[in-house]
Design a protein around this ligand. Sequence first.
Ligand code: PLP
Length: 424
Amino acid sequence: MAHTLDVEFARSQFPSLKSGYLFADNAGGSQVTQASIDLISDYLANTNVQLGADYSVSVASTQRVLSAAEETRKLFGAASTDEIIFGPSSTANMENLARGLEPDIKEGDEFIVTGEHEANGGPWKKLAARRGGVLKYWHSSPTNPNNPYSLSLKVEEVLPLITSKTRLVAFTAGSNILGSIVPVQEFTKAIRADAAAKGVKKLEVSIDCVGYAPHRRMDVKAWDIDFAVFSYYKVYAPHASALYVRAPALADSVTSIAHHFLPAQHAYKLQPGGPGYEIVYSTTSVIPYLLSLTPASDLGATFDAIEAHETKLATALLKYLTAPEQYARGIRVVGVEEPSTDRLPTVSFVVAGDRPMRSKDVVKVFDERGGMGIRWGHFYAYTLICQLPPPARDDDGVVRVSLVHYNTLEEVDKIIGVFKEIFA
Ligand SMILES: Cc1ncc(COP(=O)(O)O)c(C=O)c1O
């Protein structure tokens, strides 16, 4: 049975939403639940010691960190907490991963990356340069001949880039600009089959889930991928990131970058029945919050309900932006134009035509109005932004409205109301 999202209940869990401020820059970072704030405060107040010692506070602290690894395992759909690594940001996690992979890279190895967030491409670009590897770009291309900005990734465009020397393919599950949801399982299957046919011995697939994780359920096992990353600060929790490294890659590809690669889990396994093992804290906040959003208490049901609600939000916004009057005014959606459940409520556009407007000037009106936050810029997807036709420019980028499940249709109407005044 499909469950409807109780948006009012969801909103009541976030202290910042009580102010009535309209948060519409969620792809840059979500709001944080009260439960998450309480857990962080309690950790710092009561268990802020080094992990892995035998004294009781350290045992409790270790248990809390390990339970966060278990929560993260579930969110990724990973097989084991041994495959979970924490870091300060996804950018840092990906750079650490590339450093850890470095000894396994040979001269001539080829890396295929997409032109989206630099966190996904930059570490491989630098690794290829350090090891005499080759970097290739898998660019997004238009889906609508009448809109050169209607970019999306197509699997048939990566296959010609694959050769017998392809070592790694890195792409994004959900674009932080285009709003597209990439069918990771289907693309990975096609990439692996093509690579195998071309004689590739070792291919690893890395997925940037940062834009995807707040909206849809990850499933690294079903996707058949080796590496994935997401940022907790976009999933209703504080600024931290989680990296998934599949067990065979931990054994055969990744080497320790200093004294160990994995932080807590390997070094500090708690022994069942050992000291402190019986201490039970409520130590995680993201899964309990997600489970509380529908009566089913099931992650799949929650993400289905989130998908249904977010599709309504994106549909309302896209309907306005793609209407004939807006098309005539020069508004062009950057990314997926058609509303569907295969689209995130991350909506970007530019104002082209004979009366072009800079993205920063559109956003300025919102800032002057106050009480709401949307954003303009390149969002660290420089390669993608530089690919856009004029008047898009790398020092201006796109206007982006990025919503999540706690946003409402009334808020979308309010945003559209401001657009109507700007584009009148
Ligand atoms: C799609 C995407 N990938 C990667 C990142 C980088 O994440 P972090 O800020 O945790 O380094 C972001 C951040 O905005 C993002 O939107």
